[in-house]
Design a protein around this ligand. Structure first.
Ligand code: NAD
Length: 484
């Protein structure tokens, strides 16, 4: 299939589209074809310096402070409109560089637009307070922006992850530099295009691409960065936290997960099966909050395994542009990794109920939907993040045991409950160590609901009103008002 996109993309720094300072380029691959579709300029350390200086100048000149909150609201709404006006074009690019199905890509662009709308709507409502001090003094607090916000984005949902940070940062008066993911950078550039068309000040939004250990590290350790927003793996998050410690700047950490859905005896089978389809097989399971484990009561175990396997047998596998259910994983390396976990699970005694080996003779990186039954909590597949279309189904007898298994990994991003019993719902939601709990529908919620992890899944929250507070610092002003 012809990719039908331009063959070379540039970085966006200080309102200009520029080459890498040493002319370097990164090849971008279509995961469904396993071949290069275009190149993108690689930002050097010098380019990082230029981008940070542009953001610093934009913030320091008070251009952002001079844009009233009401105008910021309008500008963010205009970006949302612009994204929707270009939805088909951007969704096409999202399919090409992430491999996901066109239906999901369209949903991703729509959600990116919603972030701009949502944080646009909040831009003129970030109110401070006045603290009573008694006669002779008055106090008020304001929410001051940090200044230069560096945002490092992973490849699975680049445009929505960039959108949620950029929109919140601009709404609160920060200037941003986004480091797009080297494997799937293109849609973040489409976002910069929208900001350019709306007329953001030069330096308010900068988008650069480059490898993590070079460009990413140079940005995260830059002395003029005032706040770090990171979404990605635990290992990289730990590296970035070390930079944050050196710089003494705050960091938001949105990291990985090994999320579990607990199926109680009274669960509706349809909800559970749909939870598996949406929770672990969408975007080939490459979702941080994917339901990679299902913990099923022994009275329903065989029925659930059979129901999930039957659903899986009906899923089509193929390129996202043809809107198949199971789309490719991101890269050859990711395919090796996912298949390696599957081979290891079988060796450790899990039963392959579906899939288990890559789709043979394909140029693209296709892994079939895979279901393991007879998984026990001690197995590697039950503990480590696979980031592929692989579901592990475990069994429990007592509710306390189900909670202990669900909480038994180092992660705490999402968890799910399948039951029709309200008391059981609250009992389990209270005990699950997870930043978000989904009841009877995996991935329930939207841009309005705070999102983030517990334990090694990270800290700080993106999405929702709460996220805005990560982009500001409280300033307290106290005035002596007595006349003597
Ligand atoms: P990754 O950690 O390898 O890379 C993420 C980003 O960090 C990329 O842009 C990369 O270039 C950059 N990077 C890598 N090394 C760096 C370094 N030393 N310094 C600075 N930047 C560096 O993660 P990935 O493979 O792109 O994404 C998959 C991971 O992201 C999974 O673990 C997934 O669960 C997680 N994720 C979490 C969320 C969330 O909201 N919690 C959302 C999506 C993905």
């Amino acid at each position: 299939m012809a990719s039908n996109i331009k063959s070379y993309w540039k970085n966006y720094i200080n309102g200009e589209w520029v080459d890498g300072s040493d002319g370097g380029r990164i090849s971008v691959e279509d995961p469904a074809q396993g071949s290069s579709i275009c190149e993108i300029a690689e930002a050097t350390i010098e380019d990082v310096d230029i981008a940070v200086a542009a953001a610093k100048e934009c913030f320091g000149s008070r251009q952002l402070a001079d844009i009233t909150p009401a105008r910021r609201l309008q500008m963010l709404m205009l970006v949302a409109q612009d994204l929707r006006a270009h939805l088909d074009e951007i969704a096409h690019v999202v399919v090409l560089d992430t491999g996901k199905r066109i239906l999901d890509a369209r949903g991703e662009v729509e959600m990116a637009a919603r972030y701009f709308e949502y944080y646009g709507g909040a831009a003129d409502k970030l109110e401070g307070s006045s603290i009573p001090l008694g006669d002779g003094f008055m106090n008020y607090t304001t929410h001051a922006p940090f200044g230069v916000s560096a945002q490092i984005v992973p490849w699975n949902y680049p445009i929505i992850i960039a959108a949620r940070s950029l929109a919140a940062a601009f709404a609160t008066g920060n200037a941003s530099i986004v480091k797009s993911p080297e494997l799937a950078p293109l849609s973040v550039y489409m976002l910069a295009k929208s900001c350019e068309r709306v007329g953001f000040p030069k330096g308010a939004v900068n988008v650069i691409c480059g490898y993590g250990n070079l460009t990413g590290a140079a940005l995260a350790s830059h002395k003029d960065v005032n706040q770090l927003v990171f979404t990605g793996s635990v290992k990289t998050g730990q590296a970035i936290l070390r930079y944050a410690a050196e710089l003494v700047v705050p960091a938001i950490m949105e990291l990985g997960g090994k999320s579990a859905g607990v199926v109680f005896p009274d669960a509706r089978l349809d909800d559970v099966v749909e939870g598996a389809r949406n929770g672990i097989f969408r975007h080939a399971g490459q979702i941080c909050s994917a339901m990679s484990r299902m913990i099923v009561h022994e009275s329903r175990y065989d029925e659930v395994v059979n129901g999930v396997v039957k659903m899986v047998e009906g899923l089509s596998i193929g390129p996202g542009i043809e809107d198949h259910d199971i789309t490719p994983v991101m890269s050859a390396g990711q395919l090796d990794r996912v298949e390696g976990y599957c081979l290891g699970a079988a060796q450790q005694g899990a039963t392959v109920a579906a899939g288990g080996r890559r789709v043979p003779n394909q140029a693209g990186h296709f892994m079939p939907p895979t279901v393991f039954s007879d998984v026990t909590p001690d197995m590697t597949i039950a503990n480590e993040e696979v980031f592929g279309p692989v579901l592990s189904i475990l069994k429990y007898k007592e509710p306390e045991e189900a909670i202990a298994i669900a909480n038994g990994t180092e992660y705490g991003l999402a968890a799910g409950i399948f039951t029709r019993d309200l008391e059981r719902t609250h009992w389990a939601a209270e005990r699950l160590d997870a930043g978000q709990v989904y009841v009877n529908q995996w991935h329930a919620g939207g841009v309005e609901t705070p999102f983030g992890g517990m334990k090694k899944s990270g800290f700080g929250r993106e999405k929702g009103q709460e996220a805005l507070l990560n982009y500001v610092q409280t300033k307290s002003v106290t005035i002596r008002t007595s006349l003597t």
